[in-house]
Write a protein that binds this ligand. Sequence first.
Ligand SMILES: *Cc1c(COP(=O)(O)O)cnc(C)c1O
Length: 356
Amino acid sequence: MGKNYPCIEINLNKITHNAKKIVNICSEIGIHVVGVTKVFCAERPIVESEIKGGVELVGDSRLENLIKMKDLKCRKMLLRIPMERNSAKVVKYSDISLNSEFRTIKALSRAAKKINKIHAVILMVDVGDLREGVLEKDVLNTVKEIITLPNIKLCGIGTNLTCYGGVIPDENNLGRLVKIKDMLKEQLNLNLPIISGGNSSSIYLALNKKMPEGINQLRIGEAIVLGRETAFGEHIEGCYSDCFILKGEIVEIKEKPSIPVGNIGMDAFGHVPHFDDKGIRKRAIVAMGRQDISVEGTFPIDKDITVLGGSSDHLILDVTDSKNSYNVGDVLEFNVDYGCLLQAMTSPYIKKYYIE
Ligand SMILES: *Cc1c(COP(=O)(O)O)cnc(C)c1O
């Protein structure tokens, strides 16, 4: 069967391997892994490969993706702070959600009561990144209110770092989360079972044995799918970084000058481009562009190829220095970063092929 291009080839065994590896690193220090599925739109074969690798709980930021997984046996977490008006769906399709607004938690309580379900809530605390979460000074009062609500079980506190403010998780900010749990035990005699210590940017603490004692859950997307921790962007030893390979077909290959001819205005995206004159170069155009991928996050596996740029539908490459002599119709392969993977998995124009 011939393949269609552009496509992304997904190696399920490698994903299972990575999941196993991350789950092992974490379980050694008492941490449970939530497998975060949003970057691959909760595509079933990938979710199942992560579960095969030992992930016990799956998490996604979008209800649509949780609905896709509704008949999966494992428990599901909604990662994005819920929209109040979606409360009924939130309690129906997720077992546990991350929250920071009492008003919304109250709506979840009403919705859960209606369908006679207990909905679990993790209260997000902002320990510095300025994305979601109540401020530390407001935790006690918010918790006092939450625990009065029917059909809501406050099961933990959590934080999210390195997402907006770029704050790196460390013993100080995650340590404060543990202190908050202790404070709640002392003040309210509450024993919260979960302290959710962040995303793939917290993995390096586990690798370096620096995770504050008490953190017992991480929500992991990128580290499993790309084998990378995200505090410093380091590869995680023993993980595959090529579970996903992007492939596109060359539709034009020509020798051209490296500076456009004519007066330079704005490109298709409103930027004025800059060019270095390297003389005549051999350029290839691959049939995929910004509607499918992130040009900046696309890395040719042939290291002698450089990405010059792209437009909505085209990726423009300099192949002059390659040891291969490419032709129209040849397929080029690329590694992807997180942003490109997100885009490629979300684009309906990129075919998805699974290999084992
Ligand atoms: C996306 C997301 C994660 C996972 O992030 P990675 O960097 O891919 O591990 C964890 N928690 C929340 C709240 C998220 O939105």
